[in-house]
Design a protein around this ligand. Structure first.
Ligand SMILES: [Cu+2]
Length: 103
């Protein structure tokens, strides 16, 4: 009986440790039609990089998409879209994928 309780305690500790290290990172793709040239790309990157919870931002001029990797515990797709609005850009959410683990 006592061993079982200790085991349970260890499991709880392990779980909480795991939640600290295994961050919920997600990668969302946004369509940004206002992004038409390299200056626009720079504008997007320079403004978005200060968004809370943002890990990575990549732009693609050809497809007019912005790919953002973010920490789902700190921000959301909606908040990121609001981030675009701050510099008068409209971002349309296309899709999202989960990143397995922090590299
Ligand atoms: Cu431009």
């Amino acid at each position: 009986m006592k061993t079982r309780r200790i085991m349970a305690a260890i499991a709880v500790v392990l779980l909480s440790v795991a939640s600290v290290y295994a961050k919920d990172l997600r990668t969302a793709v946004f369509k940004v039609v206002q992004m038409e040239c390299q200056n626009c790309e720079k504008k997007v990157v320079n403004n978005m990089k200060f968004e809370k919870g943002l890990k990575k931002v990549n732009t693609d001029l050809e497809s007019q998409t912005v790919t953002i990797t973010y920490d789902a515990e700190k921000t959301t797709v909606e908040k990121l879209k609001d981030g675009f609005k701050k510099f008068k850009y409209e971002a349309e959410f296309l899709n999202e994928s989960k990143e397995a683990k922090t590299k």
